[in-house]
Ligand binder design. Structure first.
Ligand code: GTQ
Length: 349
């Protein structure tokens, strides 16, 4: 018979002494951490949280007086999840920041393996250039900077311009795959006229010999808000999904996959007074209110959001959205990663 079943279970003190003896050999017992390592349901330290835009804007303008875009390289205030302070992340896998560029400033050209999205929030007259093509940044535009593409931002207008940056920084850090380099010049040469990529790849047509695999980022790098609005308005006369309202995802038009392999992005319309039924999914999402106002009930937490406010909904927490006035919400998450790995789940109540 097994000794363990004969004798008394070894005292806690004896176990602890054992753990201490193996510790210098870089060993630790699984049974002390198993339930945390393999949880019954997703457990993240990330919390539901909201950042009010008027306050964000004030602090960002203050940052504008303290440091130039040139010195900062990117003048950004990072939105850190209150449950993940010090980690420069808004969810376990994704980063969010609010970037300011003042009239006359340039954020110099560089590239990195981290993928980035921009959602333009405030002001006009700025541009982003991606691999030699510029696009004027207009409010609500969704612009992407795929991995390893050179990008610089500039403001040739006379107003401060602010946008939300969404990057896969924590994911790339986790994978140990981060590289960065500066371009030879601060500002990229313009290689193609503005609108070239959208004309070639974004009108339900493609260059005749063009072929692409599903994981490649799209050649379309700007999704103008005018088109997003037109799409949402076009379906808003129908019946809203009880859990999502009218929700569309941004795609690579050549493949139907997400614009970039690591980040999915969405635009959603909720009619005035509409209340979604409880819904949860394994991708944590970052939302920005582009129009209207409302409330997000995330578990026990109520987040009241207004114009340009940003809020985060952690993995597997039940979400109910309530629109006050009709709402348009932008959101992004790591859903494409979870789906390709066979991990993504949702639950509708
Ligand atoms: O605009 O290239 O918020 O490299 C963080 C890292 C923005 C950018 C961020 C970046 C950028």
């Amino acid at each position: 018979m097994n000794r363990m079943t004969h004798d008394a279970v070894p005292a806690q003190a004896e176990r602890r002494a054992f753990y201490q003896r193996i510790d210098p050999h870089h060993l630790t017992p699984l049974w002390e951490v198993l339930s945390a390592l393999v949880p019954k349901t997703p457990s993240t330290r990330a919390q539901a949280a909201l950042w009010s835009y008027p306050q964000l804007r004030d602090y960002l303008m203050e940052a504008g007086r303290l440091i130039s875009a040139a010195e900062a390289e990117r003048r950004v205030l990072i939105l850190e999840n209150p449950g993940l302070r010090g980690q420069s992340r808004i969810t376990q896998s994704l980063y969010a920041g609010l970037q300011l560029i003042l009239p006359g400033e340039v954020a110099p050209a560089h590239r990195h393996t981290q993928s980035a999205l921009r959602l333009v929030v405030d002001g006009q007259g700025a541009y982003t250039a991606v691999d030699g093509e510029r696009t004027t940044m207009r409010r609500g535009d969704f612009i992407i900077t795929p991995a390893w593409t050179f990008h610089d931002h500039g403001n040739e207008g006379d107003e401060p311009v602010i946008w939300l940056d969404g990057l896969d920084i924590p994911l790339v850090e986790f994978l140990g795959a981060g590289f960065q380099e500066k371009a030879g010049a601060e500002v990229q040469n313009v290689a193609r006229p503005e609108g070239d990529a959208l004309a070639r790849y974004g009108h339900n047509m493609l260059p005749v010999d063009f072929a692409q695999t599903a994981s490649d980022p799209t050649r379309v790098f700007v999704y103008p808000y005018t088109q997003t609005r037109a799409a949402l308005d076009g379906i808003a006369g129908g019946t809203p999904d009880p859990h999502l309202g009218f929700k569309l995802r941004y795609v690579n038009p050549a493949t139907g996959a997400s614009p970039m392999p690591t980040i999915g992005a969405y635009a959603q319309q909720l009619p005035a007074g509409f209340e979604t039924r409880s819904y949860r999914c394994t991708d944590s999402s970052i939302y920005l209110c582009l129009e209207g106002e409302g409330a997000a009930q995330v578990g026990d937490t109520t987040l009241n959001f207004g114009l340009n406010d940003i809020f985060v909904v952690p993995s597997w927490q039940p979400l109910q959205l309530q629109a006050g006035r009709a709402c348009t919400l932008f959101s992004y998450s790591d859903r494409p990663v979870q789906q390709v790995l066979g991990l993504w789940r949702e639950q509708r109540e």
